[in-house]
Design a protein. Structure first.
Length: 368
């Protein structure tokens, strides 16, 4: 079996309302969708995104350039292909855009591998879980009022979630504390609650906020300080009784190891696009497990489920609904859990009708 065509497609997904975190204000998200086709009739899919939709053409150009090298390759020989991609990236520049391209290609190649072996990927890798805990992450933003947050939290509960994440890091600890206090009061003590500061705090403010939030029984405080301040993370972790989650912004295993060696977090949150795709997300899980640290996957809900089901130490997946319409298959949340799909490969396929509605442009290799 050989790769005989590769297609990329740019789309822009609009948000219903403007979204605000400690470091972002977003009205839409840009995506590049990748399809790798083979002469055996099996295709694999992956996607990447940019929070700045205006930059998405740069991502498409980089992905297309690297992807064109795969024509004629055997898609089952993933280590060999990744070596070729890494050599190409070294000559282009190993930046976040190149890593996103590698990650997307890796994910699509694994999708082909699962289908070629007639197995869901979590069974191909070796199954650890048939379902995984999830939490609602597509809301409770800094841009929302307390009333809006409470109303949305009740909607999450109606949808089957038993855990959710609120954004903090507004720059005013009193405001953040009030938001968490009122939300905890509204949802009760039995619902799991996380807080994400999105790198928005100084070390001193993170410690002060963390200590103030201890009474609200949070599952974790996420990225309290700059993502690459490993020592700062460790200082917060040492002084705050809430578990610390981080590593969503790591672009290499080496970065994750620096955080682990510093003792900077209790939960590692690998991001499929940033860490290197399915291959490196699984490696991150194994590395974290060697430190007795759990992982919780970041965004990419649909395409991360195969990893969640195949590693021992995955405690949850983030449920981010931004990309759910990209797929024909839908995720059902039941009593706080998602069943790992038993469909072949990753288990999710692109919804062409939705994609065509928001399509911009893309590339096809080889050019015909």
């Amino acid at each position: 079996m050989k790769i005989d065509a590769i297609k990329t497609q740019i789309i822009e997904i609009p948000f219903e309302n403007t979204i605000t975190t400690a470091i972002h204000t977003m009205r839409s998200v840009g995506c590049v969708l990748l399809t790798i086709k083979t002469d055996g009739g099996i295709s694999g899919e992956g996607y990447l995104f940019s929070l700045n939709a205006k930059n998405i053409k740069i991502y498409n150009e980089r992905l297309s350039k690297v992807a064109s090298l795969l024509i004629g390759q055997d898609p089952l020989l993933i280590p060999s292909i990744l070596k070729k991609i890494n050599l190409a990236i070294d000559s282009i520049g190993r930046d976040s855009i190149s890593i996103a391209a590698l990650s997307t290609l890796d994910t699509a190649l694994w999708d082909i591998n699962g289908k070629a072996n007639n197995l869901p990927l979590h069974r191909l890798f070796g199954i650890h879980h048939t379902k995984v805990k999830t939490y609602a992450s597509g809301g409770l933003w800094l841009s929302q009022s307390i009333d809006s947050i409470i109303n949305e939290a009740h909607e999450f509960l109606r949808q089957g979630f038993l855990a959710m994440k609120i954004r903090v890091g507004s720059g005013n600890n009193s405001v953040d504390i009030e938001r968490v206090r009122e939300l905890r009061k509204a949802i009760g003590q039995e619902i799991e609650l996380m807080a994400d500061a999105n790198q928005g705090l100084s070390i001193d403010d993170a410690i002060a906020l963390g200590k103030a939030l201890e009474e609200y029984d949070l599952i974790w405080l996420e990225e309290p300080v700059n993502a690459y301040d490993y020592k700062g993370h460790a200082m917060v972790k040492k002084q705050v009784a809430i578990p610390i989650a981080s590593c969503e912004n790591e672009y290499s295993i080496e970065g994750v190891q620096k955080m682990l060696d510093a003792g900077g977090c209790d939960v590692v949150m690998p991001d499929l696009q940033r860490i290197g795709g399915i291959s490196e997300m699984r490696t991150t899980a194994h590395l974290s497990n060697s430190y007795n640290i759990s992982i919780s996957t970041h965004i990419f809900t649909e395409q991360s489920l195969c990893v969640a089901g195949s590693v021992e130490n995955c405690i949850s997946v983030e449920h981010m609904p931004w990309f759910s319409n990209l797929f024909n298959e839908k995720i059902d949340v039941f009593k706080g859990y998602i069943e790992i799909p038993e469909r072949l490969g990753i288990g999710f396929t692109f919804n062409d009708d939705y994609i065509n509605k928001y399509a911009k442009d893309g590339n096809l290799f080889p050019i015909k």
